[in-house]
Design a protein around this ligand. Structure first.
Ligand code: CTP
Ligand code: CA
Length: 225
């Protein structure tokens, strides 16, 4: 190739990436989950590895094959994902949080299967740690990239998350409608950083992941220039 460095801008760059949903057990046979397929995260992990990065994927349960990454760690709960990420985070140059981490878990998962005795059942939930915010708050944080799935006021909420969590970049998408996001093959993203923004229009998630990976590489290099 004529421009091998330009084609593989992330050679030797270590990327830690979360993907998929988490499952929060209610009892031995039931869990709280969400509609994340892991597709966007897997495609992004693949695209970053293709740009030369050494990607460690930390993923919740998905039914997807692959992707081709340097290392893969399977987890189930938000607390497991939190542990897997925090024990490794300082060893990485870039952290990308695509996982749909459950915001809450059961305060006390039942040891035995919950029986349907009463007419009403109240679950008490407690908040899970915010993995992305904790990584961004490390003394020497990696370049951090978050996602924001919103049903409304997409740009406003995303910019607020960028600032509040102290991120370098955030990729915002509109979910819950017919136009992409969870459980769809296509998606569109608004990518926001402190002094810029780029629209990645509706396209196939594999192509979208390649465009986003290239943009992450570009912003990461700019950040280190
Ligand atoms: N995230 C995380 N750990 C959590 C919750 C979220 O790492 N416990 C990450 C997600 O992977 C995503 C980003 O934070 O990159 C934003 O997730 P989102 O659910 O959109 O935002 P929240 O901060 O959880 O706020 P809310 O759900 O109230 O909109
Ligand atoms: Ca959330």
């Amino acid at each position: 190739a004529l421009f091998p460095l330009a084609a593989r801008p992330l050679v030797d760059v270590r990327v830690l990436l979360t993907a998929g949903p988490t499952r929060e057990p209610l009892d031995p046979v039931r869990f709280l989950g969400n509609r994340s397929s892991g597709r966007m995260g897997f495609a992004l992990a693949d695209a970053l590895e293709a740009l030369g990065a050494r990607v460690t994927l930390i993923t919740g349960p998905t039914s997807l094959p692959g992707p081709r990454v340097t290392e893969r760690v399977d987890v189930e709960t938000a607390l497991e994902m939190h542990g897997a990420v925090m024990s490794r985070a300082t060893e990485y140059d870039i952290f990308v949080a695509t996982a749909a981490v459950a915001d809450y878990r059961s305060a006390a998962p039942a040891e035995n299967k919950i029986k349907k005795n009463a007419d009403e059942l109240t679950l008490r939930l407690v908040r899970n740690p915010d993995i992305l915010a904790e990584v961004a708050a490390l003394p020497l944080p990696p370049f951090t990239v978050g996602f924001a799935a919103e049903t409304d006021r997409v740009e406003e909420y995303a910019r607020d998350k960028l600032n509040r969590k102290g991120l370098n970049m955030i990729a915002a998408n509109h979910v819950g409608g017919a136009q992409g996001g969870f459980e769809r093959a296509e998606n569109a993203l608004t990518v926001i950083w402190h002094d810029g923004q780029r629209e990645l229009p509706m396209m196939d998630k594999t192509r979208l992941a390649r465009e986003l990976a290239a943009l992450i590489a570009e912003r990461y290099q700019e950040h280190h220039a």
